[in-house]
Write a protein that binds this ligand. Sequence first.
Ligand SMILES: NC(=O)C1=CN([C@@H]2O[C@H](COP(=O)(O)OP(=O)(O)OC[C@H]3O[C@@H](n4cnc5c(N)ncnc54)[C@H](OP(=O)(O)O)[C@@H]3O)[C@@H](O)[C@H]2O)C=CC1
Ligand SMILES: Nc1nc(=O)c2c([nH]1)NC[C@@H]1CN(c3ccc(C(=O)N[C@@H](CCC(=O)O)C(=O)O)cc3)C=[N+]21
Length: 283
Amino acid sequence: MPLLIDGKKISTEIKDELKITVEELKKQGVETCLAVIQVGDDPASSIYVRNKKGACAYVGIESLSYELPEETTEEELVKLVKELNENDNVHGILVQLPLPKHINADTIIRTISPDKDVDGFHPESVGRLCIGEPGFVSCTPAGIIQLLKRSGIEIEGKECVVVGRSNIVGKPMSILLLRENGTVTITHSRTKDLKEVTGRADILVVAIGKPKFITADYVKEGAVVIDVGMHRNEENKLCGDVDFDDIKDKVSAITPVPGGVGPMTIAMLMYNCVEAAKGQEVE
Ligand SMILES: NC(=O)C1=CN([C@@H]2O[C@H](COP(=O)(O)OP(=O)(O)OC[C@H]3O[C@@H](n4cnc5c(N)ncnc54)[C@H](OP(=O)(O)O)[C@@H]3O)[C@@H](O)[C@H]2O)C=CC1
Ligand SMILES: Nc1nc(=O)c2c([nH]1)NC[C@@H]1CN(c3ccc(C(=O)N[C@@H](CCC(=O)O)C(=O)O)cc3)C=[N+]21
């Protein structure tokens, strides 16, 4: 069996560290507070909301939930975000994605104040990440860096291949691996001979959105494989973008689904909230 990278355990470590800071902030009169807005009831987002509320309670962060109907207009949502921007008691604002089709997600993301952008999706946060300035980093990729570091997996000088180039996972992931001095290749749906490229990876991060897509023939012997995918089958069972059973005997370390990247996303959201509450720039 390869090393099973335990996201649940590592995320708890991080949340336990944050508890202490939240306590200190309380003593200084600062009640760390996160506002979460969900429009409609996308099932993946609902899981996230549930787990996030639990994590806030665990860490001692106050959470405000706004569950808005599917018919909410873009103007109404912009108005709410602006109100929360102005509210000094709110430190972080998170708008669940995906949003209903009639609402332009980019408009909403740009409306969130970069000082409260705990998702790290605002162009200002993304720009800061690209040029190496302090700012909020997208939670999933930031969590993956923590998973690697806290599992003693070195990134520097390694061949890192990222499958997927979304703005929330693939792209920021690639920039973070580069910042850690990895040699980074980004692949996507137009990549020719994907197997040849992924087969070179020492560290393979998979964020495609296709269940069990990555099989043993995509990975090098001894590689570290990080599975970002989240899929729920008919029996309500979760699986990732990686065929865990098919590759487990070939790799040196792997993240499970559930219990891998997912809990880390939540832990890093808590981290970003605490940084926002400290009123400091991150990292
Ligand atoms: N655990 C967690 O915390 C989180 C999990 N997720 C999960 O991660 C997965 C990916 O999410 P997200 O990044 O938002 O997804 P997107 O759908 O936005 O992006 C998918 C990416 O995969 C690429 N792709 C699709 N098919 C192929 C293929 N056959 N070969 C190579 N590349 C391909 C696409 O390429 P192209 O750009 O060319 O279309 C695209 O860049 C999903 O399963 C999602 O549920 C997401 C966020 C957080
Ligand atoms: N603005 C915004 N930011 C996001 O980061 C965001 C989003 N919208 N919309 C939805 C996706 C999805 N996502 C998840 C994160 C953690 C788990 C998670 O905790 N997973 C657990 C268990 C899941 C379960 O209990 O079923 C695990 O993998 O072990 C799930 C899903 C964040 N997303």
